[in-house]
Design a protein around this ligand. Structure first.
Ligand SMILES: Cc1cc2nc3c(=O)[nH]c(=O)nc-3n(C[C@H](O)[C@H](O)[C@H](O)COP(=O)(O)OP(=O)(O)OC[C@H]3O[C@@H](n4cnc5c(N)ncnc54)[C@H](O)[C@@H]3O)c2cc1C
Length: 329
């Protein structure tokens, strides 16, 4: 008797979640195809996109541990953040530990994590990665997908027993689901946006602030945070209502705003750098979206409970989080 053919799983999106998902499915013995819109980021000099680093807690570490890369990412690359460092208006600081026993979170490079997971996925003989493949459409009942190969312009049609949507917050998989009757969905933008700035390393190549902390400047309706990077710079994220971003139209207004709210951050970022970075950037929006109802027969499964079968669909990562279905990713 011929050996039973492994069921096929298509993972759409090779970001942080899709790469991990591909490894997990490969471990279970499925034939996995991982489709990614972008080219291979390991070959790119600069990867455009959001935040350089991530704060990783035990949940993320558990996922990495399950596919054998926790040590490489966390112990050998991560920067321990043992406490929050609160910056008051008068420039004084106060530390609030995350845990009495010294347990902590880690600052890790987003690109590094993604690259390690891509390489780990490639180690599995039953994983094939298809870069430059943009999902255009899918038939959720039949498990059929159409991609554009962005390198050649060619259309590629394929099918799988299970399709996993890991294509991020503005997921095309979810857009396909929206076309179905009774799939109610709501998206709402919050008034706050965010902008990333940078505190560079000091001239002698050191951290400009104590490194083992997540630095926070809480200011009521807005705040700023900073996470350490491996090159000893800091990624600073300024969160505030778009209305306030809109009032900062000149270098004088910006400096006056910082002088009032974040005076100790001006010398750390540097006046010129602050002005240049702020005015060459645009604040990004934050949205909250929610799936309100899913039609019967959609074959939607939560992560952990799913078994591949014809035309089944699973959604995970930011695709799911923005879908608001559950928090089991
Ligand atoms: C500013 C900011 C700071 C953050 N900080 C933290 C933090 O400190 N800690 C933390 O845990 N989380 C943080 N997050 C959240 C975290 O980044 C996300 O939860 C995580 O990236 C989700 O991973 P994902 O794989 O679902 O989506 P993504 O990382 O967005 O990956 C989606 C992938 O799908 C691909 N894709 C998109 N469309 C298609 C298509 N049509 N066809 C094929 N492929 C496609 C994309 O190219 C991408 O590679 C932060 C988010 C932001 C915006």
């Amino acid at each position: 008797m011929a050996p039973k053919k492994a069921k096929t799983v298509a993972v759409v999106g090779a970001g942080l979640v899709g790469t991990l998902e591909a490894c997990m499915m490969a471990k279970r013995g499925y034939e996995v195809h991982l489709y990614e819109y972008r080219q291979d980021i390991r070959q790119m000099e600069h990867v455009p996109g959001r935040s350089i680093n991530l704060a990783m807690s035990v949940r993320g570490r558990t996922g990495l541990g399950a596919v054998g890369v926790e040590e490489q990412i966390v112990q050998r690359h991560g920067i321990a953040m043992k406490a929050r460092m609160i910056h008051s208006l008068d420039g004084t600081t106060k530390s609030i530990p995350y845990n009495r026993e010294g347990k902590c979170i880690f600052s890790v490079g987003r690109r590094f994590v993604n690259e390690v997971l891509l390489t780990r996925a490639e180690d599995f003989p039953n994983v094939t990665i298809h870069f430059n493949h943009k999902l255009e459409a899918c038939d959720l009942e039949r498990g059929e997908m159409t991609f554009t190969n962005t390198a050649t312009g060619e259309r590629v049609s394929t099918r799988a027993d299970l399709m996993i949507g890991c294509d991020g917050a503005y997921s095309n998989v979810r857009k396909q689901m929206l076309k179905r009757a009774h799939f109610n969905y709501k998206q709402e933008y919050i008034p706050h946006g965010y902008m990333e700035l940078c505190i560079p390393a000091t001239p002698d190549g050191e951290f400009a602030m104590p490194p083992n902390y997540l630095h926070i400047w809480p200011r009521g309706n807005y705040m700023m945070i900073a996470l350490p990077n491996q090159d000893r710079s800091w990624t600073v994220t300024l969160f505030m209502p778009f209305e306030i971003f809109g009032t900062l139209t000149t270098p004088e207004e910006l400096l006056s705003f910082f002088q009032t709210n974040y005076p100790d951050a001006i010398p750390l970022i540097g006046r010129e750098k602050l002005i240049n970075d702020f005015f060459s950037n645009k604040p990004s929006a934050n949205d909250i979206s929610q799936v309100l109802a899913i039609p019967r027969g959609q074959h939607q499964r939560h992560h952990g409970r799913c078994r591949p079968r014809h035309g089944a669909i699973l959604r995970t990562g930011d695709e799911l989080r923005h879908g608001g279905l559950c928090s089991s990713e």
